[in-house]
Write a protein that binds this ligand. Structure first.
Ligand code: URA
Length: 337
């Protein structure tokens, strides 16, 4: 930048002042809590670098540095909200979320799936945010989604089209997009279609599907009440695990579907669903049974029905996980509710 006019110098000094104040505030809170997630931290790093080059520039244009004896004014006692910080930094920052409560509160007043999403509550001024347990946000573009608008499942299906985005397209008979109630409060996410699903174009219709249908029934729901989708929408040959490039190609469609559905609860069936949605490589044996949060939605990881068919002793644990979900819906096992 070669603009050395006094106005631009003043402007640069003001920017530096802003950056300083916020960096100071950041440093003050360090060790007690983190305001930002990893992406924001990287952006702040860039801000620091920018501040340092602004400082250099100001020194070159002979703008007076604040004397060492009089540090920049302390930030107000009320820590800035994230929004205020965003505005001050004049840069869009990624969103960090408060940690989901270990036992989520019943969300009885949730709007219908067709209603516009409620704006998320902003943290109170001065509130220090806890570091989210994990679940960094997905930053890619979502197919079928016009920015700022809630998509419909039909729009997403149209966008998927006769998908050729990964090699699974070569062996598939049908794309298995998902099925169930588009207004569902409860969504199950599996791994990917098997042979029967591939033939019928419907998720969970084979042996694992039979078990899932029973699990849903035992929870007091029917398949028509819930929505069922998969991480990958085409059958991996020989029912092998989906590969990272296949998951990467298909995952945005699942995320769009969840944005369209906006359920109250997601049950992630097995490691591929849980690890993909949560961006967490923790084994499913450790993740299961613990409430997590996916984009503001309560998520319960549990075992995949196909695993339960091979390891029936684990069904008890899966049932415990599902009972937690039932509790959230005010349902009680054995009550027939
Ligand atoms: N297993 C899955 O993960 N999904 C299906 O649709 C069927 C079996």
């Amino acid at each position: 930048m070669n603009d050395d006019t006094p106005d631009s110098t003043q402007e640069l000094a003001d920017v530096l002042q802003d950056v300083r104040r916020h960096l100071l505030w950041q440093e003050e809170t360090a060790g007690r809590s983190l305001l930002v997630d990893a992406k924001v931290a990287a952006e702040l790093q860039q801000q620091r670098a920018a501040a340092s080059s602004v400082r250099t520039m100001i020194a070159r244009t002979k703008a007076p540095e604040p004397p060492a004896a009089s540090p920049p004014p302390r930030p107000p006692v009320e820590s800035p909200t994230r929004d205020a910080l965003h505005a001050a930094m004049k840069q869009p920052l990624g969103a960090a979320r408060p940690l989901a409560a270990a036992t989520p509160p019943p969300a009885a007043s949730r709007p219908l799936a067709s209603e516009a999403p409620a704006p998320r509550a902003a943290p109170a001024p001065g509130m220090l945010l806890d570091v989210p347990k994990s679940t960094p946000r997905y930053n890619g573009a979502l197919p079928g989604v016009v920015e700022g608008e809630r998509p419909t499942l039909d729009q997403i299906r149209r966008e998927l089209g006769d998908c050729r985005r990964c090699k699974l397209c070569t062996g598939r008979k049908n794309i298995v997009f998902g099925s169930g109630n588009p207004r569902a409060d409860l969504v199950f996410v599996g791994e990917g279609p098997g042979e029967n699903e591939d033939l019928q174009g419907v998720p969970f219709v084979g042996a694992a599907g039979d078990l899932l249908t029973k699990m849903i029934g035992a929870m007091g729901f029917s398949r028509n009440d819930v929505y069922i989708a998969n991480v990958v929408k085409c059958r991996p040959p020989g029912n092998r695990n989906p590969e990272p490039d296949e998951i990467a190609a298909c995952e945005p469609f699942l995320r769009s579907q969840l944005l369209a559905l906006q359920p109250k609860v997601i049950v992630a069936l097995g490691k591929f669903a849980a690890q993909t949605l949560l961006r967490d490589t923790t084994p499913i044996t450790r993740m299961r049974g613990q409430w997590r949060e996916y984009e503001g939605i309560q998520l319960m990881p549990t075992f995949h029905p196909a695993y339960l068919l091979r390891n029936s002793a684990e069904k008890r644990k899966a049932w415990e996980d599902l009972q937690q979900v039932m509790k959230l819906f005010g349902k009680h096992p054995g009550s027939g509710a």
